[in-house]
Design a protein around this ligand. Structure first.
Ligand code: FAD
Length: 413
């Protein structure tokens, strides 16, 4: 088996940022990235594609052009971990050996868990910003909507970017408000959860928009089936009266699919009970295999699953992985930072930034951006600043504002 100092499984936001960070710190290391896809997506841009603000092409780039210099790209999927042999088995049957393994293959969008959904996506008014090819359809549906019933769904947590189900809704409502269509529309938010957002500090600002747009909130309401041809969605409603099924007709529906750990992770010896990779919340190291780390959407930590989280996790994993390679204990800690820019209207964002336990971790002084209030500057950040920060900063190992902090101190710089 080919042998590497460090093998990274997954070349998405987390994997590429970590590879770049490691190679910035130590050149000449034998580092391989296992990644089957030819293209790399900037998924945070898909909300903007769905709103017609970005063209979808700006959210995708060729993987080949992004692989950091000095890294070896192995174009295959990982299918099995053999932690006792320190090997990963690939889809083409190859075995590769590592001294340190970093696991970050993202999560699985479980479209098939909802009967009728997969076959009607992209047709019959059924869309989702959670797929590159469907986000433009969200924009088309919102543009062509002539009033009627518009449904927006949110599945059971955890999901990547927990605010994205609402973002699609607010941006659509804002469009319809401007064109006068909102007044003859019935907009419903169906969330399997019990609250509008996981961190209470942001809810008042969001509720102002819910009221302004006249959105009907339905909590404990889980999408369980879609009949595209009949334009009907079936929800399982759970409340104090028990559990029952409710059929809702729609003219358009924006679906966020259930999200689970990838199958090969869930069935592996690395998995926690949740199916995601078990790691220490601070060091991101596996509790039973000290030479294995995980980050991004695939790990079982309780932070918000976002690219913003991966941006802060990557340097922590980089320094801890290098320490492990040298036979030393972890030196850096992650504070659970994640960020969710809630696009409440075209031009304004409620910038949720928080860490473990819902602790607010704002990046900016309050006089510049108060994250609990809608802000024009936050929109500018999302629209114009974060995409280049992603492509030219995060994926290149340029870590502005993300110095990894020693264990036992706050990570916030
Ligand atoms: P990904 O970026 O999904 O990458 C996983 C990679 O692993 C992929 O390249 C995949 O091909 C590869 N892979 C899969 N299986 C295997 C395998 N078996 N072997 C090897 N490789 C494999 N985040 C924000 O910070 N802000 C936002 O505003 C925001 N908005 C979002 C809006 C939407 C609609 C969506 C969908 C996401 C949004 N996110 C946002 C979330 C963000 O995109 C993810 O949290 C982030 O991409 C996670 O990075 P990752 O590397 O863990 O996973």
């Amino acid at each position: 088996a080919a042998r590497y100092d460090i093998v990274i499984v997954g070349g998405g936001s987390a994997g590429m940022a970590t590879a770049a960070s490691i190679l910035k710190r130590r050149r000449g290391i034998r580092l391989a990235i296992v990644e089957p896809s030819d293209v790399h997506y900037y998924q945070p841009g898909w909300t903007m594609v769905g709103a017609g603000v970005f063209n979808s092409s700006v959210t995708r780039r060729k993987q080949a052009g992004l692989i950091p210099k000095g890294a070896r790209w192995i174009k295959a999927s990982a299918v099995q971990f053999c932690p006792d042999d320190k090997q990963v088995i690939l889809s083409d049957g190859r075995h590769i050996s590592y001294a340190v393994l970093i696991v970050c293959p993202g999560l699985k969008l479980d479209w098939d868990a909802i009967p009728g959904l997969a076959e009607t996506l992209g047709r019959n008014g059924v869309t989702s910003n959670y797929r590159y090819d469907l986000a433009p359809y969200t924009h088309r549906l919102a543009r062509e909507f002539q009033g009627g019933r518009a449904l927006f769904t949110q599945p059971v947590m955890p999901i990547k970017c927990a605010g994205a189900p609402q973002k699609a809704m607010y941006l659509s409502c804002h469009r319809w408000e401007k064109s006068g269509i909102l007044a003859r529309s019935n907009v419903q938010f169906h969330s399997a959860g019990a609250a509008l957002f996981g961190v209470p500090d942001y809810i008042p600002a969001l509720m102002e928009y819910v009221d302004r747009y006249g959105i009907h909130l339905n909590f404990g309401s889980k999408l369980v089936a879609v009949d595209g041809a009949a334009r009907t969605a079936i929800f399982q409603q759970s409340d104090s009266e028990g559990t029952r099924q409710i059929a809702e007709r729609f003219d358009m529906i924006h679906v966020v699919p259930p999200q689970i750990a990838p199958d090969f992770i869930r069935s592996s010896p690395l998995a926690a009970a949740s199916g995601f990779v078990e790691v220490d919340e601070a060091t991101l190291r596996h509790p039973r295999h000290p030479e294995i780390f995980a980050l991004g959407d695939a790990c079982a930590t309780s932070n918000a699953k976002t690219a913003a989280a991966a941006r802060k996790q990557a340097p922590v994993v980089a320094v801890n992985a290098l320490a492990a390679l040298d036979g030393r204990p972890p030196v850096a800690a992650y504070d659970g930072y994640g960020s969710c820019p809630l696009t409440v209207e075209a031009g304004r964002i409620v910038l949720a930034e928080f860490g473990y336990g819902g602790k607010l971790l704002p990046s900016f002084p309050r006089w510049l951006i108060d994250g609990t209030r809608p802000s024009r500057l936050s929109w500018l950040l999302k629209d114009s600043i974060l995409p280049p920060v992603y492509w030219h900063g995060m994926l290149k190992g340029r870590e502005w504002m993300v110095r990894p902090q020693p264990i036992g101190t706050s990570l916030q710089s």
